[in-house]
Design a protein around this ligand. Structure first.
Ligand code: NCD
Length: 326
């Protein structure tokens, strides 16, 4: 594995290896000294051409916990606003000595382009490319669910969840703006590969062309889907206004009424169902405060686990190792 560009081409073996290394990384996070010296002297560059809070900070925390140096670039306030191209920006930054590049961009395919063009010759990690993919988000979601649902790892270091068998056979719903969501695409591929039964629930206007060919069951009515299925987890997606150039639903109130995870819908779900959201959340819109703050919400676990998962990805790409050494 040279790069991490998507989950569509990630094998089950590579995915499971990353999740297993992330378990070990999580244990480092519980130590008094939360650092491993494995990437000492290496430099990880965060190239962010699109806004981000948790993904950028999470990659920074992950690299620092592995003792790497971190250079942070964000397009706002940079020479990109003076017209500098992607190629020149990337080559300028890599001339400062980058050992890995983490890139987020509004154009689908940017990470692939960096990996293919030969402008740079270091591992590239996709931190979100347009509406295409966001593989580390899917990996941290899978890690969080695997833990919450129990069964991993065999060492018993992690408490068993209610099902006691992890993701295999788990029924997971992804709800809302699938059309604009790179998180949804990455999750569909990865969850399917890890054995989960994936359901997409969205208005027809917010489902992409071709979704019926994905390994998913599609529902157009949230209440019917909740009544008809025993979901183990429900993943709510943010409505991505910044990517909407036309009207996909009548108004915010109508969206919340039909597609929001309200308190009543929370009660209609099985008591053991977990609630997830990649953040940032629009409270009162796609998710109610009752759902976001419920004891069944894994939203902050997702953030916490994101650091361990990104440590695992950087470690694997930069050292080529399959297991960690204490
Ligand atoms: C997501 C993203 O940027 O794709 N956020 C994240 O990385 N946690 C989802 C979103 O912006 O809604």
């Amino acid at each position: 594995m040279k790069h991490l560009l998507d989950t569509a081409s990630l094998t089950r073996e590579d995915a499971v290896a990353i999740l297993d290394i992330a378990e070990e990384m999580a244990q480092v996070g519980e130590r008094e000294v939360k650092k491993l010296p494995v990437l000492r002297g290496r430099t990880v560059v965060n190239l962010f051409f699109e806004d981000s809070t948790r993904t950028r900070l999470s990659f920074e925390a992950a690299a620092k916990r592995l003792s790497a140096d971190v250079l942070n670039f964000s397009a706002k306030g940079s020479s990109v606003s003076k017209g500098e191209s992607l190629q020149d920006t990337v080559q300028t930054i890599s001339a400062m000595g980058a050992d890995a590049i983490v890139v987020r961009h509004s154009a689908a395919g940017t990470a692939q382009r960096l990996a293919d063009t030969g402008w740079i010759d270091v591992p590239v990690v996709n931190a979100g490319d347009g509406t295409h993919e966001h593989p580390t988000q899917a990996l941290l979601d899978a890690f969080t669910l695997r833990r919450a649902l129990g069964g991993f790892p065999a060492s018993g270091a992690v408490k068993d969840g209610p099902r006691g068998k992890g993701l295999d056979g788990a029924t997971v719903a992804i709800v809302g703006d699938i059309l604009h969501s790179r998180v949804a695409r990455s999750n569909v591929h990865l969850l399917d590969r890890l054995g989960a039964d994936v359901h997409l629930i969205a208005p027809p206007t917010l489902l992409p062309w071709g979704a019926e060919t994905w390994p998913v069951t599609i529902h157009y009515d949230l209440d019917e889907a909740i009544a008809g299925q025993d979901f183990d987890a429900v993943m709510m997606l943010r409505v991505q206004h910044e990517r909407m150039h036309e009207s996909f639903f009548p108004n915010a109130r109508e969206y919340a009424r039909l597609w929001g995870l309200s308190e009543a819908r929370l009660r209609a779900l099985p008591e053991s169902a977990f609630i997830m959201h990649p953040g940032p959340m629009n409270r009162g819109f796609e998710i109610s405060a009752a759902a976001a703050d419920s004891p069944r919400a894994l939203v902050l676990d997702q953030v916490e686990n994101g650091v361990s998962v990104r440590m695992a990805v950087l470690y694997r790409l930069l050292t080529g190792q399959e297991e960690t050494i204490d």
